[in-house]
Design a protein around this ligand. Structure first.
Ligand code: HEM
Length: 422
């Protein structure tokens, strides 16, 4: 039997944070949402229930199938995001080693350079949306350090094409187009789906060119692509994984960075201790991701019934934690409304902290994302004084796949003249 839930969910995604808060208050820790045209989705909001959902990665829950419909047009059929079973395992084994903490630590200096380069272009004295600027940094990290592209001309083309591809690919008219209609839509001029296919072909041409060039030249590089080329994956599999890392890795990180500044500019006593206290900076990043997780759910499509509390959820439904509410479970995070980085200072892992998901499908890029966040926050604070023109906290809204600050973190910047420069 499914847990209770609202009859209509159409408007829920306009304001997920507020909407899910209301559902939580009304129905309690577990409830069902029915999105038109999809199987019912059971959301859980406690740390304990979330762990039970993540445990289905060992059998009974499919994370790949839960994402396939929306993501396959972009990432293709060979992506660690959308695969399950043995194929997923093979891809995950290829992607994990190059993204381990030890490996990504080698990117530290280059991320610092990219951040410095981009920060130098930010406007001074006039308000701007920080999230867009963060996205330029995180895109550059993917293209230069993950893809390992150095050629200026190829870099230039990707810098123009990728943001357009991502925007179009995330549009409802493309991502929500049912699979059975795709072939027909591809033949209709002027449809967004057709434009998307043209852009995707242009990006693919560059990626395949790069893969072929790198295979010819040898694959000694330290970037992720070079390491994937040594992993035994074929060209198409590698293309799909490169686009996967781009899609999974750059908006999420940019949004989390935008939240970091949205919060910090409203918490002067926290900001004051940054950026030079490294352990504190790391704890701040984690606390930001607790109070403002960029990704709000991590669903599994059940291929076997799952017992959650008093309910037996039937196979064929989705089950997933609603991450912002799990992060407010007072059993796991006492006084959850308080912004308190100290929670993360003792070095203990809190299993209820799930901004990167959990189980076997835990985010493969988490170490890279955390490093990027620490480095970028530090570089910004060393170079600029930021202020929020409007001191009111920004609301949360859904932009593409992440929960972003309502005004994309509106800030004004001034060059720093004293302190924090060493
Ligand atoms: C702050 C930034 C990021 C956040 C909040 C985030 C969040 C997530 C979440 C919630 C999942 C789903 C986990 C689950 O279903 O249990 C995920 C999966 C994934 N993420 Fe991230 N991510 C971030 C950065 C990155 C980066 C930088 C990369 C790669 C460069 C990346 C690559 C992936 C991949 C490939 C998966 C699929 C893993 C699998 O299914 O086996 N992510 N991420």
């Amino acid at each position: 039997m499914l847990p209770p839930g609202p009859r209509l969910a159409a408007r829920l995604l306009l304001d997920p944070a507020g909407g899910f808060d209301r559902l939580h208050r009304r129905y309690g820790p577990i409830f069902t949402v029915r999105y038109p045209g999809f199987p019912p989705e059971v959301y859980v909001t406690t740390a304990e229930l979330a762990e039970q959902v993540f445990r289905t990665d060992q059998g009974g829950g499919l994370a790949g199938a839960a994402r396939r419909d929306f993501l396959e047009p972009m990432v293709g059929a060979h992506s660690v995001l959308t695969l399950d079973g043995d194929a997923w395992s093979r891809h995950r084994k290829a992607l994990t080693p190059p993204l381990r903490a030890r490996q990504v630590a080698g990117y530290h200096d280059e991320i610092t350079d990219i951040a410095a380069e981009k920060i130098a272009t930010w406007p001074l004295g006039v308000p701007f949306a920080l999230r867009d600027r963060m996205q330029e940094i995180t895109l550059e990290v993917i293209v230069r350090l993950v893809f390992g592209i150095r050629d200026a001309e190829r870099l230039g083309r990707l810098r123009t094409l990728l943001p357009r591809l991502i925007k179009l690919g995330g549009a409802t008219s493309v991502a929500m187009l049912p699979a059975r209609l795709r072939e027909r839509a591809a033949g209709v001029p002027f449809l967004p789906y057709r434009r998307f296919l043209k852009l995707r072909a242009a990006v693919d041409a560059i990626l395949y060119e790069e893969i072929a060039r790198r295979r010819r030249a040898g694959t000694e590089g330290t970037d992720v692509l070079s390491r994937l080329l040594r992993s035994g994956l074929g060209d198409q599999e590698i293309r799909d994984e490169l686009v996967t890392l781009l899609i999974a890795g750059h908006e999420t990180t940019a949004t989390s960075l935008a939240w970091a500044f949205e919060r910090l500019l409203r918490l002067p006593h926290v900001l004051e201790r940054l950026p030079d206290d490294e352990p504190y900076l790391d704890a701040v990043v984690k606390e930001v991701m607790r109070v403002r997780p960029a990704v709000f759910e991590a669903p599994r499509l059940l291929d076997a019934p799952l017992r959650l509390g008093e309910y037996e959820i039937p196979a064929g439904s989705y089950a997933g934690p609603f991450i912002p509410l799990v992060h407010h479970d007072p059993a796991a995070f006492p006084e959850p409304e308080e912004f308190r980085p100290e929670r993360f200072l003792d070095g203990q892992q809190n299993r209820a902290w799930v901004p990167f998901g959990g189980g076997r499908r835990f985010c493969v890029g988490a170490q890279l994302a955390l490093l990027e966040m620490r480095v970028v926050i530090r570089e910004v604070l060393r170079r600029l004084d930021l202020a929020a023109p409007d001191p009111a906290p920004e609301t949360r809204r859904l932009t593409n796949v992440t929960l972003t600050p309502g005004r994309l973190t509106r800030v004004t910047a001034r060059a720093r003249t004293l302190g924090r420069t060493t």
